[in-house]
Each structure stands twice: as C-alpha cells, then as structure tokens.
Design a protein. Structure first.
Length: 388
C-alpha cells in the first residue's frame, strides 16, 4: 500500500496544468499511441492531466469498421467480418454475462461480449457498462444471443471503487443525482461530499437531492441547501411520499442521461416511481430501513422517461471508495478550494499539515466551510465511508 502511494506521488507532478508547452520532457512523456488519443472523450480526471487509466476500447470513428475494435483484430490477422449486419445500440442492463442492448428501433437484444474485447479489458470486468454505446451483431437466425463487437468511447462515467477495483456503474452519463435522505437514514454530509468529489472527478454534473423531507422539519436543514447552492450545485429538497420537489427533478431529467446514486434506502427507486407512475421499480417494502431488505435495487438499469431523457437507477453502495483519485488530485474535486490552491506556500501542499496553506487559511476565515474541509481530510486519508 505504502509502496503504491510513493509511485503515485511521483506520477502526480502536481499542478501539471501549469507546465509550459515548451517543456520538452513533458511533451515526450505525452506521446501516446493513436488509439489512446481518441479516447480523450472519456474524461475520468480533471482537465489537462495525463490519464493513468487505460481504456478498454478506443474509438474515433462514427460507424462500424473505424475503430480499434477492428484494428486490433487486424494486427493479429484480420478475420473476415461482415460489418454490414452490425447494429448500433445502447446497453440498458447487464445481467451477469448477458447484456441487454436496445437498438435504435427500440428493440432489445440479449448480447454477449466478444472475447477479444474482454481480453482488452484490464480486470476482465466491466468491458461493457449500462449506458455504453455499442455495435453488435444481432443473433443469427435460430440463435438467441447477439455479440457486442465494439464499444464506443465513453464520455461521463459513474464509477465506484470497491476493494481497490474500479467498477463502472454507468457510462455516458451527463448528470448525476446524489440522493440522500434527511432521515432514515440520517443525512451524512461527508458522504454527499464524497459523491460530489467523484462527480467532479468524472466530469459529470451533480445535483444534490435531499429526500424524505416529509419526515423532518426542513428548516433545520436550510443550511445544507445553502451550503451546496452557494457552491454552485443545484440542490433540491424532495419527498417521494408527498411529492415536493418532483417537478424540479422532472425538468432536470428532461435532457440527456442522469444517473441516480446514493446509499441504500434513501429512496432512489421511490423517487423514480413517483416521477413516472407505471415504472414499478422495486422499492424496499420494509419501512424500517435498518432491517434486512437493504439493497433492493441490485443492478443498474437505463430507463427511458416519458417526458424525455434517460435515467439509470443504481443500487445503493455498501462502500464507496473514490477509485483512482489520488490524494493530490482531490483538491481539484472540491471546487471551492480551487482559487486558493495556487496561493499555498508549497506548490505540492496537501492542505493537511503544511504551514502557510491558503486552503487552511480560507477555512479559518470561513471562506471554505469547515465541514467540507473535514470531508476533504477524510478522503485524503482514504477513510472508507459506509455507504449503506
Ligand atoms: N417517508 C418517506 N419514505 C420514503 C421516501 N422515499 C422513499 N421512502 C421509503 O424508503 C424506503 C427505501 O426506498 P427505496 O426507494 O427502495 O430506496 P433506494 O434508494 O432505491 O434503495 P436501494 O435500491 O437499496 O439502493 C422505502 O420503504 C420507501 O417507501 C420519502 O420521500 N418519504
Ligand atoms: Mg432502489
Ligand atoms: Zn495548502
């Protein structure tokens, strides 16, 4: 663990964004194979920094035949593929080894992933995630399952870290609702901050949703709304039970793909059911949220909404680690820290123990909320958070 950390710090080269263009060493280090270049769309880290993450399948082209999914095959002796029969679609559900792909005409096909694509993935998992845009070969006549031949480059991803591995929960996500409950289970600011940091890191627009407002005196939580609104995050107080806030959510959902995340039992599925009657997503029937019956939603699913837009209902996570975010990159995930970071005495200031730290000064003067700074420290020291 400690060894890993050391390597990571070397890689960090703090403040890479300020490196001048005439730095030849850096330019050299920047050279990447063409395939890596084309995945720039998969932003898993703040702008302007090199990615340490290898990407499974890269793609620059529009139609079948343009990307490395085929090129890689060519290197080992191109086989004859009839790409004209491929269809494009979107993965709406992953069931073990079978992926449900929705073609453009709305029909769904169960599909396996071609072995070549699997071998290109680092951990063998998550070659394909819900929301992925794919090209697939539909089942032959008489066959039951098709084959995913190519996966397009991803844009926004919702990931979680679990036992040191990165798990993509949803791909090509524009926005993420970070759902918390004001009660049952009680609000945990540090968990909200953790989700917010993850969203910043992935370049996905976060919306803070504070649900179960019917169970509390909302005036006691006005400061939370104020805190996140001042940071520039859309913050909505909702109740799946009495319907407040749902209109606002509905209008936020109208465009693009929104992932619904948050710990188990906060009411993610209930909110979606209330937003679109008829969805009938399974919700926890046990009203006592502390009892078993937790983790009612078990797989992510992409759902088309009547009013436009798509949502991905996700299962609450037991543990939510910020996979792949290095301690030195965290400062960029706390948006209000950004203006202060360049003012610290030491260019590689971690804002934890150093003297003349502009971030700590800002906390002292109240320009940065102390609770947010505490969340930063927790994340910096990689303390796992019980996500439900
Ligand atoms: N009073 C009240 N209860 C709610 C509200 N929203 C959800 N609940 C209840 O909270 C429990 C959990 O709701 P779910 O929708 O299953 O929660 P979830 O976030 O989807 O949980 P997972 O699928 O396990 O991640 C259920 O018993 C719901 O009836 C709300 O706004 N007010
Ligand atoms: Mg659910
Ligand atoms: Zn500092």
């Amino acid at each position: 663990m400690a060894k890993k950390k050391k390597i990571r710090i070397e890689l960090k080269k703090n403040r890479q964004k300020r490196t001048r263009a005439n730095d030849l060493t850096r330019a050299f280090g920047d050279e990447k194979p063409a395939a890596a270049e084309s995945v720039a769309g998969e932003r898993v880290r703040p702008k302007g920094e090199m990615s340490r993450h290898r990407t499974i399948v890269a793609d620059a082209g529009e139609g079948p035949g343009a990307g490395p999914g085929v090129a890689a095959e060519g290197a080992s002796g191109r086989r004859a593929v009839d790409e004209s029969s491929w269809l494009s679609g979107r993965v709406v559900r992953v069931h073990g080894l079978v992926n449900i792909v929705e073609a453009e005409d709305g029909r769904t096909y169960p599909c396996h992933v071609r072995r070549l694509l699997k071998s290109m993935a680092i951990d063998g998992r998550n070659v394909v995630a819900v929301g992925d845009r794919v090209w697939f070969r539909p089942p032959d006549s008489g066959g039951d399952e098709g084959f995913i031949e190519r996966v397009e480059a991803r844009k926004g991803v919702v990931t979680r870290g679990y036992r040191g591995r990165r798990h993509v929960i949803a791909a090509n996500v524009d926005s993420v609702f970070i759902v918390s409950a004001l009660a049952e289970p009680g609000l945990k600011i540090s968990l909200v901050d953790r989700y917010l940091a993850a969203a910043e890191f992935s370049g996905v627009r976060p919306v803070v949703v504070l649900n179960k407002a019917d169970l509390v005196d909302v005036s006691l939580y006005q400061w939370v709304v104020g805190l996140y609104t001042q940071l520039g995050y859309e913050t909505v107080v909702t109740s799946a039970a009495d319907g407040r806030g749902l209109d606002r959510l509905r209008s936020l959902l109208r465009k693009g793909v929104t992932a619904i995340s948050g710990q188990s039992g906060v009411g993610k599925s209930s909110l979606l059911n209330a937003l679109q009657p008829g969805l009938n997503l399974r919700v926890n029937e046990v009203s006592d949220w502390t009892s078993k019956g937790k983790h009612t939603t078990t797989t992510a699913e992409l759902i088309r909404l009547d009013g436009g837009g798509y949502v991905v209902d996700t299962p609450g996570l037991r543990q939510f680690e910020l996979w792949g975010v290095l301690p030195g990159e965290l400062e960029g995930c706390f948006i209000e820290f950004r203006p202060f970071v360049p003012l610290c005495r030491f260019p590689d200031c971690s804002h934890t123990h150093e003297g003349r730290c502009a971030v700590k000064d800002a906390v002292y003067w109240g320009w940065i909320h102390a609770g947010r700074y505490e969340s930063y420290l927790k994340l910096y020291h990689q303390k796992p958070e019980d996500g439900g």
